[in-house]
Design a protein around this ligand. Structure first.
Ligand SMILES: Cc1ncc(COP(=O)(O)O)c(C=O)c1O
Length: 395
């Protein structure tokens, strides 16, 4: 059987860490109770496990009270609950939201849906390095603004946003601040108090936890945040998210975050060094390579590069032994170039020539060296064969 491809797509998802799986396993089998069953030990045990996990996750985020966390199915649901829940709970007028042009569709597409229901949305541009200007956030806020939603780290270019400055502005102006931290949780220290965050979305599967579980942090101090639920039913999660809790996934989520934070300082340095090795190796072989995003204010494991003169999709298809992506699932589905790269000011052809490397816990130096050599080799071969085989389309 052929060897498994080298996995460099850790922004899409990550393998579940065996230590996380070990923590989850008993909750699938002998300890299978429903956390809402209040009449017997099976239920009590499951409930205690959920509450321990909630406490651990709240502690990781710097949340004052574990009850501020709502478990969901993932970041997409958390983003929907934050934005839809807030706008639908708003009493009168034309609610206004401020966001950026480079958010994930889990925020941007919700904004489009809310506009159809009468909300107004301001989408702020970003600089060439992918950072939003906090002064532009301040300027966009009006008396009708309910919420500012700015992601912590971008999933394509890895750029980190100035959360603390944006949080301070929101607090001063009395506006709620939401951040999509799907790519940031476990990779950076996030403290909702220090950063002035009122709502935070995240999930487990980006940080070596299981797929199918996420959380929404909802600050629970004055002024009280009112959200309408997306799902009605048994009134779980203080009425914000009905449905029996996936106990094994919740337990795994907490364990995954604990492990990431324990290992964070060393792992961040290791991944940064590997990323720079990759960047330098690629540049040595392809001198006209360009880096997309911020040179240093980015996720340790993210590199996004433009290789002029070819289409990234053709290169990715040729690289059967390296699992990579161009970074934008929407681009492959719709045939449109990435909205993130377009917002950075890249031309359509430069965006189509860009690919994303996502390094992670299992990535080794030997893998980086092989991947570097293979990318250089295939990119040169594609270019030599000319624009037709390099995948360049006529536009
Ligand atoms: C920034 C960001 N938000 C939201 C999502 C969606 O996350 P989930 O798969 O947990 O719904 C992703 C996943 O790629 C992401 O990177």
């Amino acid at each position: 059987m052929a060897a498994s491809p080298i996995y460099l797509d850790h922004h899409a998802t990550t393998p579940c860490d065996p230590r996380v799986l070990d923590a989850m396993l008993p909750w699938f089998t002998e300890r299978f109770g429903n956390a809402s069953s209040a009449t017997h030990r099976y239920g009590w045990e499951a409930d205690a496990a959920v509450e321990m996990a909630r406490e651990s996750l709240a502690h990781s985020l710097g949340a004052a009270d574990p009850r501020e966390l709502v478990f969901t199915s993932g970041t997409t649901e958390s983003d929907n609950l934050a934005l839809q829940g807030l706008v639908r709970a708003a009493s009168a007028g034309e609610p206004h939201l401020v966001t950026t042009a480079i958010e994930h569709p889990a925020v941007l597409d919700v904004c489009v849906a809310l506009e159809r229901e009468g909300a107004r949305v301001t989408r702020l541009p970003v600089a060439g390095d992918g950072r939003v200007d906090p002064a532009a956030v301040a300027q966009a806020i009006t008396p009708q603004t309910l919420l500012v939603s700015v992601m912590a780290a971008n999933s394509e270019i890895g750029t980190l946003q100035p959360l603390a400055e944006i949080g301070r502005i929101c607090r001063e102006r009395g506006v709620l601040f939401h951040t999509d931290a799907a790519q940031a949780l476990g990779k950076l220290r996030l403290d909702v108090e220090a950063l002035g965050i009122d709502l935070l979305s995240a999930c487990a599967h980006k940080l070596y936890g299981p797929k199918g579980v996420g959380l929404l942090y909802v600050r629970d101090r004055r002024p009280r945040i009112r959200l309408l639920p997306l799902l009605y039913g048994g009134g779980h999660e203080r009425g914000l998210r009905s449905g029996s809790l996936p106990v094994p996934l919740v337990v795994g989520f907490a364990r995954a975050v604990e492990l990431c934070l324990e290992e964070l300082p060393g792992e961040a340095d290791r991944l940064t060094a590997l990323r720079e090795r990759l960047w330098n190796g690629l540049r040595a072989g392809l001198p006209d390579l360009r880096r997309n995003g911020h040179p240093s204010e980015r996720l340790p494991g993210n590199l996004n590069v433009c290789i002029p003169g070819l289409e990234a999709d053709a290169l990715i298809a040729a690289l059967k032994d390296v699992a990579l992506s161009s970074g934008s699932a929407c681009a492959s589905a719709s045939g449109e170039a990435s909205h993130v790269l377009a917002a950075l000011g890249l031309s359509d052809s430069a965006a189509r020539a860009s690919l994303r490397f996502g390094l992670g816990r299992g990535t080794t130096q030997a893998q980086i060296d092989i991947a570097t050599a293979r990318v250089v080799e295939e990119a040169r071969a594609l270019r030599e064969r000319g624009p037709r085989s390099a995948g360049l389309r006529k536009h």
